[in-house]
Design a protein around this ligand. Structure first.
Ligand SMILES: Cc1cc2nc3c(=O)[nH]c(=O)nc-3n(C[C@H](O)[C@H](O)[C@H](O)COP(=O)(O)O)c2cc1C
Length: 165
């Protein structure tokens, strides 16, 4: 079965470290995403430092488990010099989904934690990571070997499809 139908948000992790090569493969998958005018607005920050993971886990009320992950990937995007800046978040969403799917294929677990477009969350993450002025954080992806599993729920509903004749 395709990883598309296996991916679920994983919020509990084993203590086992994630290999650098697997992290690289996840980033490579993110970079394979489509983007407006092929502008590829992404830059990736990899956080393994426990005290920074703890700070990230306090960014908002739904990010608490970030501190339990082996690492967090923080996809960021350039806010200057883009061909179509109005599409940056959409590009980053496609990139993020690719990362989640590759993690699933590699036997890893992760969750998309929303940061952009919430200004307060973006400001906090930018400060924690000391990001350069021209970069904005898009989301957090805490990642580790999964300590929980479940099948993906079936969300396919035939009545969501509307044939235009
Ligand atoms: C834009 C976005 C923001 C999200 N933010 C959070 C979050 O802050 N914390 C969290 O635990 N899950 C977050 N999620 C994960 C969703 O809760 C999850 O995808 C949804 O419940 C469906 O479950 P599944 O991913 O297991 O299919 C977010 C997902 C998206 C796409």
């Amino acid at each position: 079965m395709s990883v598309i139908f296996k991916r679920v948000s994983v919020r509990k992790y084993e203590a086992k470290p994630v290999e650098e090569e697997k992290v690289r493969e996840m980033i490579q998958a993110g970079c394979a995403a489509p983007s407006a005018g092929n502008q590829q607005p992404w830059e990736f920050y990899i956080v393994r430092n426990q005290s920074i993971l703890e700070k990230l886990s306090k960014v908002h009320q739904y990010s608490g488990f970030v501190k339990d992950a082996d690492l967090a990937i923080v996809p960021c995007y350039r806010i200057e010099g883009l061909w179509a800046p109005q599409y940056a978040h959409i590009d980053m969403a496609a990139c993020t989904e690719n990362i989640l799917l590759k993690a699933t294929e590699l036997g890893l677990g992760c969750t998309w934690i929303g940061i952009a477009p919430e200004e307060d969350r973006m400001k906090t993450v930018k400060e924690i990571l000391n990001l350069p002025k021209n970069l904005a954080p898009f989301c957090l992806i805490p990642t580790g070997y999964p300590a929980e599993s479940r099948p993906q729920e079936n969300r396919y509903e035939k009545n969501r499809i509307h044939l235009v004749e």
